[in-house]
Design a binder for this molecule. Structure first.
Ligand code: FES
Length: 228
């Protein structure tokens, strides 16, 4: 049985950044839409969550854990494969779409069928999909926990690099942020400081929207950044 670190391909003394980088790569490699398998994808996600939850080298891996088991889902008696039961999701569901992909296809934020088109569009998992936002995290943190590198710079509501457009659902903002009322009323939110109260559909990476671009502070002004 491989350890969570072996599944991610990192040393047991890897730091947080190395683990997240490795996780992002392994998620891409194993995603079923990218030629991987559901079993391998779930194993990578389980391994990452186990490390996040404090798994230490030397800790036992549960016998029934799919992580690292190449035969996960296979009945040893007759060789048949049983469907894996994914873990019960925790938090509020968010369906997301990358603004750049939307714009490339000439789709509009106001299209009634925007997310139906995205669902049928054969998009890469980093461009379209869904995840759950837990109680204690922001929308941006939840995306990062999935291994996605959404734009950000200040992480404090001051630069708009992390802007998203809420197409459906409730996502209130704290009182302190840089967005003018007009943009806020149009559903623009800052993913570093908001979290959904209901299931939601959002378009991320909307810093390229002209009205948002006017407010952008360059990522280079902030010490920690993942933006271009
Ligand atoms: S990262 Fe600057 S406002 Fe969110």
């Amino acid at each position: 049985m491989a350890s969570p670190y072996e599944i991610l391909g990192v040393d047991p003394d890897a730091d947080e950044a190395e683990i997240v980088d490795a996780y992002r790569e392994r998620v891409k490699e194993t995603h079923p839409d990218q030629g991987g398998s559901t079993e391998a994808f779930l194993a990578v996600k389980t391994a990452f969550e186990r490390i996040e939850n404090g798994w230490e080298p030397g800790d036992a891996v549960p016998e029934d854990d799919i992580a690292g088991d190449p035969d996960a889902g296979t009945d040893a008696a007759d060789g048949t494969t049983e469907p894996e039961q994914p873990p019960e999701p925790e938090g509020v569901k968010v369906e997301y779409l990358n603004y750049e992909v939307m714009a490339d296809r000439l789709w509009e934020l106001t299209d009634d069928d925007l997310f139906e088109k995205a669902a049928d569009g054969g998009l890469a998992p980093e461009d379209y999909g869904e995840f759950y936002v837990r109680d204690s995290e922001s929308l941006l943190e939840a995306a990062e926990r999935q291994g996605y590198a959404w734009p950000f710079a200040c992480r404090g509501g001051a630069c708009t690099n992390c802007a998203v457009a809420v197409v459906e659902g409730e996502m209130p903002s704290p009182s302190s942020h840089i967005l003018p009322k007009e943009l806020h009323d149009r559903g623009i939110r800052l993913s570093c400081i908001v979290a959904p109260e209901t299931d939601a559909k959002i378009v991320y990476n909307v810093k390229h929207l002209p009205a948002v671009q006017d407010l952008l502070l360059p990522a280079s002004r902030f010490e920690a950044s993942s933006t271009d």
